[in-house]
Design a protein around this ligand. Structure first.
Ligand SMILES: NC(=O)c1ccc[n+]([C@@H]2O[C@H](COP(=O)([O-])OP(=O)(O)OC[C@H]3O[C@@H](n4cnc5c(N)ncnc54)[C@H](O)[C@@H]3O)[C@@H](O)[C@H]2O)c1
Length: 394
């Protein structure tokens, strides 16, 4: 296929997710046959020296120091938002109003109300929109979806999902933006919980009600900021209050009758990126672990007696979604490929004038779960999701 369309990207932010997205745009045309080429047109950051260095290192053609200027430029087709969560709504709405397609990091917003306004803005503008729940795009997770849709597991009874980390356990780790509610909107629930909620919505279905608990183990920390690779730098001898959760656990019922347990924590020693799920159905079970992301464990009850057991499928065969675009079977993929696969859908969506899943509607539904878990923690009760989730779209 000969590329005949160019999507000129303007990215706001350039650190952890900025690197992941930049890499995905660069590598996507290398592996995928496409008529739509992403162009790394301009990156934005507030510090001129740093953004210039980032632009050079990651291959961006130009840079800006104010995202508003980026949106004014008529040589930008897509705005990619990889900044802290308090900036998502303002940037996304302004981008949509300027007629740009929008790709936004998760969680979509600080609140459900903001998320709904973002969805309204992209709907009104008729632009393509997606949210970056990249784990859906691991070939093994896609294969899990296919097996469930084919009925290989039968009726789904359970999902048990965790996203566990341990990089914040040092009490002297600084009070970075992720620990300030006004900037992040939430702690592990919004950061890690949002991903496992998305996986559950993708694989099991819509949530009906939730009941949760939360804890902040370290209540005060020295002031400072994030550096690279989830590390922090203390910048003051002053200490400030941590206003988000360090850990959240919640129970859920799904509209289809399944039960779920969910746990997100940054205080789970030894777990670096413990994004895992197990799904049990009447005819089988599935297990996946991001730290071993090529493999899907599958148990099928119709296997011969005596040979039943979990088998490990290395999802690198041509049959497995996206895997055939890369290497021969058994030549494994990594974290970065989930972003490349997502970008392949984003480019297809822009080319066809659609908004592939997960898009801002998924972002709103995810935010409805996040907000309901918080309400349930505050009221110590079960909270229903359906009213919050309802949308009035044209
Ligand atoms: N999909 C995933 O797996 C995943 C993983 C990590 C983070 N995230 C999400 O990505 C987003 C960014 O997180 P990160 O880890 O890359 O953060 P980070 O702290 O590493 O980088 C944030 C970037 O935003 C810039 N920035 C901050 N405020 C800005 C403003 N007002 N204008 C312009 N630039 C500004 C910073 O200079 C920096 O470049 C968040 O929404 C986060 O939840 C998603």
């Amino acid at each position: 296929m000969k590329p005949n369309k160019h999507i000129r990207i303007g990215m706001v932010g350039y650190r952890l997710m900025g690197r992941a997205h930049s890499h995905a745009y660069r590598d996507f045309p290398f592996y995928f046959d496409t008529d739509t080429l992403p162009v790394l047109q301009a990156v934005t950051g507030r510090d001129e020296g740093r953004v210039q260095t980032a632009a050079h290192k990651m291959g961006w053609a130009s840079y800006e120091t104010d995202w508003r200027r980026l949106i004014e430029r008529d040589d930008i087709d897509l705005i990619d938002i990889v900044t802290p969560n308090d900036t998502h709504a303002e940037i996304a709405i302004a981008a949509a109003e300027a007629g740009k397609h929008v790709f936004c990091e998760k969680p979509l917003a600080l609140s459900l109300d903001q998320a709904k306004r973002m969805l309204e803005a992209v709907d009104k503008a008729g632009v393509t929109h997606m949210i970056c729940h990249n784990y859906r795009f691991s070939p093994a997770v896609q294969w899990a979806k296919k097996l469930i849709e084919e009925g290989r597991l039968g009726k789904i009874y359970h999902i048990r999902a965790t996203f566990l980390q341990d990089w914040l356990m040092d009490p002297h780790f600084p009070l970075i933006w992720r620990l300030q509610k006004g900037v992040s909107g939430g702690g592990t629930l919004g950061d890690l919980g949002a991903h496992i909620i998305d996986l559950a919505r993708f694989l099991v279905g819509e949530f009906r009600e939730v009941a949760g608990m939360m804890e902040t183990f370290i209540k005060k920390r020295p002031l400072g900021s994030m550096t690279d690779h989830l590390k922090g730098r203390i910048e003051s001898d002053q200490w400030g209050e941590v206003t988000v959760d360090d850990a959240t656990a919640f129970l859920a019922r799904f509209e289809n009758g399944a039960l779920g347990t969910f746990e997100s924590s940054r205080f789970s020693k030894g777990n670096r990126a413990g994004n895992r799920f197990e799904i049990n159905g009447e005819k089988g079970s599935l297990r996946w672990d991001m730290e071993n992301l090529n493999n899907l464990q599958v148990y099928l009850a119709d296997d011969e007696p005596g040979l039943q057991g979990f088998r490990t499928i290395n999802c690198t065969e041509e049959e497995h979604p996206y895997a055939g675009s890369y290497w021969p079977a058994g030549h494994i993929l990594g974290y970065e490929h989930t972003f490349i696969n997502l970008v392949s859908e984003l480019m297809k969506g822009i080319s066809l004038g659609t908004s592939p899943r997960p898009n801002f509607e998924d972002g709103v539904k995810n935010q409805a779960v996040l907000e309901s878990v918080e309400e349930s923690v505050n009221t110590r009760s079960w909270v229903g999701i359906s009213d919050r989730r309802s949308l009035n779209r044209q």
